[in-house]
Design a protein around this ligand. Structure first.
Ligand SMILES: [Zn+2]
Length: 273
């Protein structure tokens, strides 16, 4: 049993074969997938998908949020709509939200991405929304490790119930103790399967089993041996295998632990029941 905690299944690259994609995932033992939003439109799409695929062998759940590169779209009206969407029983987190100092322009969009100051305002507002709703957060951190950990430290201070995951963890082994001290989970995906990703291999070895989550970030970050092709939730199995090898544990142990972790963080059993 595996859970893919991050897949953008509303992406156009799944438009023609989502049913078959989810059937392949179920065949590989993927019982649940969390679909995070990155714009208001995506968040609506994520909720619609989770609603439609609620009771399937590979069940979908949603997260709603505005990605840092899109932070300039977070108006009071957008925030109000996110709040409303988040009340849907299939919504298990606010995300993906965070800080991104990498993309000077939004990929595929062409115009400059949101300023760092706008990104901070948007993250602050969405952390507050998560706190208000009692939801965990799915965090996007690209070249903003120290800043994001600072903001999370403030957000979590005095609130042991607040938690989240550093999706596609890329802060390296050095920042791992700090992330773990902050009650955060570590999201591992395709790049850990790459031969040259020594830093990620070290992270996988050092991160305690009870804080690891598996994800694909489909259609992006495709693991070996499918690198270069579209990623999909079934391939989370390759991430599980690689993490198991790095930790010198059985893949079943990794699968069981990461599934329990995802269920705990996102309260998957209570979400729709
Ligand atoms: Zn993502």
């Amino acid at each position: 049993m595996l859970i893919d905690t991050h897949a953008h299944l509303y992406h156009a690259r799944f438009a023609d074969d989502l049913d078959a994609t989810l059937a392949r995932a179920a065949e590989r033992g993927v019982t649940a997938v969390i679909v995070p939003g990155s714009t208001l439109e995506d968040s609506r799409a994520a909720v619609a998908l989770a609603d439609r695929y609620a009771d399937t062998p590979c069940a979908l759940y949603a997260a709603v949020g505005i990605h840092p590169t899109e932070a300039d779209s977070l108006t009071p009206a957008t925030l109000a709509e996110l709040r409303e969407l988040a009340h849907h029983p299939c919504v298990v987190a606010i995300g993906e939200i965070g800080l991104d100092n990498y993309w000077p322009r939004i990929p595929n969009r062409g115009w400059p991405c949101a300023e760092p100051s706008q990104q901070r305002v948007a993250l602050e507002a969405q952390l507050a929304l998560a706190a208000e709703l009692g939801l965990p957060v799915i965090l996007h951190d690209r070249d903003a490790h120290a800043d994001i950990l600072d903001m999370l430290r403030d957000w979590m201070h005095g609130h042991p119930e607040r938690s989240g995951t550093l999706h596609a963890y890329a802060a390296g082994p050095a920042l791992l103790p700090e992330a773990l001290a902050l009650n955060l989970y570590i999201g591992m995906d395709g790049p850990v399967t790459f031969e040259k990703a020594a830093g990620l291999h070290e992270v996988a070895r050092q991160a305690p089993l009870e804080r690891l989550l598996l994800e694909t970030d489909a259609p992006y970050l495709t693991p070996h041996p499918y690198r270069g092709q579209r990623n999909e939730p079934a391939y989370v199995a390759y991430v599980a295998e690689r993490v198991a090898a790095l930790k010198d544990l059985a893949v079943e142990t990794i699968a069981a632990a990461t599934t329990t972790n995802a269920q705990r963080l996102f309260r998957l059993y209570s979400a729709r029941n």
